[in-house]
Design a protein. Structure first.
Length: 74
């Protein structure tokens, strides 16, 4: 009877360790700060440089004035 009891305890310990690690990982990710820096090119174009280390990826978004916003005033 000792073998099934020890196997049961090993399973319980494994579950507890897994739960503890799953709770610690999100807490460490939330403690990281996101750095936002406003940069200006020599031509006067302003942009925000966002440094976020939570995921290893590169994302870019662009927005331009166009259409009626570029028409001359009457």
């Amino acid at each position: 009877m000792a073998a099934p009891l020890s196997a049961r305890w090993c399973g319980r310990i494994l579950v507890l360790v897994t739960m503890a690690l799953s709770l610690v990982a999100p807490a460490s990710a939330q403690s990281q700060t996101t750095r936002i820096t406003e940069v200006t090119s020599p031509g006067g174009i302003k942009a925000w440089l966002v440094h976020d280390t939570t995921l290893p990826l590169i994302a870019m978004e662009f927005a331009f004035l166009g259409g009626a916003a570029q028409d001359p005033a009457d």
